[in-house]
Design a protein around this ligand. Structure first.
Ligand code: ATP
Ligand code: ZN
Ligand code: ZN
Length: 803
């Protein structure tokens, strides 16, 4: 087969299909579907994915593939099909569907280069330029611009003397290190040793070393161990006794860590009950989705571990997804501790190179288990035996850019292919999943109690309005302060949680109420204390805090809202003897910081752990007996129909950090709206009642899980254009769907302007609309083809955040 169908790296509507290319003679039989290739496209050389091979094409004059980028396919047949499924289900360009399945390192980067268009040009070029192109040299465009010869080059390109090419670059190289090995037999080494004069002591030592370890060894290790030098080794290489060679090594982020091996724990009765159906599904190779609903600290992780054990024994592989913020060393420990080197870890804290190496361990079948955040769902295993999604309710499993996929849907799709179970675990399942379990679409498995029937912590809800009325202006209620003192005396530990999501520190004038907004986006700037700057989290705009209010000239303009730093300062005042560890984006930025802070806390080097979302999950320390939530409401007021659900989930998760072992726990939740059902029921840790209440509200307002959603977002620099375009779409959608669907809009998005572009939306709520996908595709087709209008249209076929 001499023709390859290739999806090219040009994400536009017109190019969102396979193009045929001729496979040059020398690559025939080598180039396979799933490989990346470099192909000519217009004047450029770009990357593409081979999706199929054939012998004939309708196109008469085919261009040739320039070269393959891979020695073997990076996407197997299953993943290629999954790519098509993603394209269909999330309405994305095909190229995005393939790229998202690969580590970032394999995404191409293009470099613009200038080179001679023909032989003649070498002499005809102005002499000033000739030197740059001697010996068929290429000139990097960026460098040329820096040297100020850009316009000159442009002129010569127009003359036909120069041509501009795009060179595809891989982002990350494999990592190589120097190794040394003997090149002769052991006996010959012994003979050589005798012939080396005794004054060459260093050389003798090296040979003796190899007589002890007749094997290859890393050059650096050898030099360190024998305190010898590179020139000593060189001398032996020159004598033909040793050889130096490069060998690829993995960048292992856990290289210097020892993981203590753990053994499976004897399961409790409740665990035995819960794991039974999972093991059965594994044994029988039958696809099934389980919802493992177990309170915090009920032993869900042990069930994951023992299910994976079974899968490995069957010779199969396991994918475990955990939310990014829960991918703490503690979590990694539990998996590496049980399965050692069979585990690969993928998370955003790794460098691109490290991710690439972990990915290759999977591809080469050197590991059996991958533990990772959302994108690990695309791990290139070929014999999957189980897929586990821990904290399945987390919104971070949904990707908010193309392809807008939900890892849960991908998991189920892959598990169907491999006839294996999916286990969704949570103490606070999403309403969608719980409703599916109620309808028996998923099989419900429950762990209603904590390990050894340890009580869930007692929760007290404190009305902060009352504190204020009683004259307490501090951010700590009297109760919380009292309990913090008590824990200090008892030498027990406390966790203080500050919800930052949906709430940021903004700068406001105390006199007139003016809030400093981003000039490009309709959203307040976030105050960053470190450099006294304000920053827009949407467009990156930065500015200093004004001395006077731009509105009323008052000098009482300062930042509002509580940051972790402010809490830390306050703690220093009221509990000066307390040792505090603060965990937020500022203190965990550096590599390894997260881990170090947590292990310090674990080792009792602090009394109070103060932090944001990143401490809500996964902490399992025996000495934590108090959890304080400083402001429970902040997430209630974000414009999102899931605000209550998220608040309930977060409060339950945080509370679950207390009293997980022998010592009983207490929780204090401070709030300005104690009467809100999500706060009240989180206080009682009553998921079932919360579920019932919330379901009523969702039903009333036509929200999931009763209805599906689709969201069209339109943006343009001109307000009138956005509104009229959105209106047209709303009308078109209305004309295509049944009268059971609810089509809302045009309405301004909850952030009505980002980066000087106005944003409007159309929200569709529906139950069954076989026509809808086609309708949405038509809209995309229309607007993506018309690039001149300047309209940007994005469609989310399953929006999780309605921003
Ligand atoms: N069968 C068992 N025997 C003894 N101890 C167990 C057993 N199963 C789990 N544990 C221990 O109980 C504690 C809580 O279990 P685990 O962390 O797995 O719960 P979880 O449900 O995953 O909690 P969370 O959702 O809050 O993270 C852990 O310290 C774990 O080691
Ligand atoms: Zn003012
Ligand atoms: Zn902005």
């Amino acid at each position: 087969m001499e023709i390859a169908s290739v999806i090219v790296d040009v994400p536009t509507k017109q190019t969102d299909r396979a193009f045929d290319y001729l496979i040059p003679e020398q690559w025939r039989g080598t180039i396979q579907p799933g490989m990346r290739v470099i192909v000519p496209f217009g004047p450029r050389h770009i990357q593409g994915f081979v999706v199929g091979l054939k012998t004939e094409s309708e196109v008469k004059k085919l261009r040739e593939i320039i070269e393959p980028m891979d020695l073997k396919p990076v996407l197997n047949q299953e993943l290629l099909e999954l790519g098509n499924w993603l394209t269909e289900n999330t309405l994305c360009f095909k190229i995005f569907a393939f790229q998202v399945m690969l580590p970032a390192a394999l995404k191409a980067k293009y470099e613009k280069k200038v080179r001679l268009a023909n032989r003649r040009a070498a002499i005809e070029l102005p002499s000033k330029l000739q030197a740059f192109f001697e010996n068929d040299g290429e000139l990097d465009w960026e460098e040329a611009l820096k040297m100020g010869i850009g316009p000159m080059l442009q002129r010569e390109a127009a003359n036909g003397h120069l041509e501009v090419v795009y060179v595809v670059k891989e982002r990350v190289r494999k990592k190589h290190r120097k190794f040394v090995r003997p090149t002769v037999s052991q006996n010959e080494l012994k003979e050589a040793l005798q012939s080396i004069p005794s004054k060459a002591e260093k050389q003798r030592q090296v040979l003796q070393y190899f007589l002890r370890h007749f094997n290859e060894v890393e050059l650096k290790t050898l030099i360190d161990e024998l305190k010898t030098s590179g020139s000593t080794i060189k001398a032996l290489v020159e004598r033909g006794l040793l050889a130096e060679f490069d060998k690829e090594v993995y960048r292992d982020p856990f290289e210097h860590r020892k993981f203590e091996r753990t053994k499976p724990l004897p399961l409790t009765d409740a665990q035995v009950q819960a794991i039974g159906p999972i093991l059965q599904s594994i044994e029988q190779g039958q696809h099934e989705v389980f919802l493992l609903y177990g309170v915090t600290g009920s032993g869900k992780t042990e069930i994951y571990l023992q299910s994976i054990q079974e899968v490995i024994e069957k010779g199969q592989e396991a994918i475990v997804l955990v939310p990014e913020i829960a991918l703490t060393p503690q979590m990694v420990h539990r998996f590496k501790g049980r399965f050692g080197d069979l585990v690969a870890v993928l998370h955003s804290g790794l460098s691109a190179g490290e991710k690439y190496d972990e990915w290759r361990k999977i591809q080469r079948k050197e590991v059996k288990v991958v533990v990772g955040a959302r994108s690990a769902i695309f791990a290139p295993f070929e014999n999957i035996g189980i897929i586990i999604i821990d904290e399945e309710h987390e919104t971070s499993y949904k990707q908010e850019e193309m392809p807008r996929y939900h890892a849960r849907d991908v998991a189920i799709e892959r598990a169907k292919t491999y006839n294996c179970p999916v286990v969704l675990g949570s103490a606070t399942p999403s309403l969608e999943s719980f409703a599916r379990a109620q309808k028996k679409v998923y099989q419900l498995l429950s762990l209603p109690n904590r390990m050894n029937n340890q009580e869930l912590p007692a929760v007290e809800i404190i009305d902060m309005r009352e504190e204020l009325r009683d004259g307490n202006r501090s951010m700590f209620s009297r109760k919380l302060f009292e309990l913090l003192q008590d824990r200090l005396e008892k030498k027990q530990q406390a966790v203080l949680f500050l919800n930052k999501r949906g709430h940021s520190s903004f700068v406001m004038c105390r006199d007139c109420g003016y809030v400093v907004n981003c000039p490009n986006c309709d959203i307040s700037l976030t105050y960053h204390r470190v450099n006294e700057q304000m920053k827009c989290h949407y467009c990156g705009y930065e500015s200093y805090v004004p001395k006077n209010c731009p509105e009323c000239n008052s000098e009482y303009i300062r930042y509002f809202g509580t940051g972790t730093q402010k809490v830390e300062e306050e703690l220093g005042k009221i509990l000066p003897e307390a040792r505090v560890i603060r965990m937020d984006v500022d203190t965990t930025g550096r590599k390894g910081a997260h881990e170090r802070l947590l292990s310090d806390f674990k080792d009792g080097k602090a009394d109070i752990l103060l932090g944001t979302q990143m401490i809500a999950k996964g902490l399992d320390f025996p000495n934590i007996t108090l959890v304080g939530v400083l402001s429970a409401d902040t997430m209630l007021h974000i414009p999102d129909f899931r605000a209550s659900e998220k608040t309930f989930q977060l409060l339950t998760q945080v509370s679950g950090r207390a009293g997980r072992h022998q010592l009983p726990g207490e929780v204090v939740i401070q709030t300005y709206t104690p009467e809100h059902y999500s706060i009240e029921l989180a206080g009682r840790q009553d998921f079932d009642l919360f579920y019932q209440r919330e379901m009523l509200i969702r039903k009333l307002h036509h929200y999931p899980p009763f209805y599906y959603l689709a969201l069209i977002t339109v943006s343009h620099e001109n307000l009138i254009n956005v509104v009229s375009a959105t209106e047209k779409m709303v009308n078109y959608v209305r004309s295509q769907v049944s009268d059971k669907a609810v089509v809302l809009g045009p309405a301004a998005s909850s952030i009505p302007r980002i980066n000087n572009r106005y944003r409007y939306q159309c929200l569709i709520k529906y139950k069954r609309e076989p026509n809808l996908t086609q309708t949405l595709k038509t809209i995309l087709d229309q607007y993506q083809k018309d690039t001149k209008s300047g309209l940007q249209v994005s469609i989310d076929a399953n929006p999780v955040i309605l921003m």
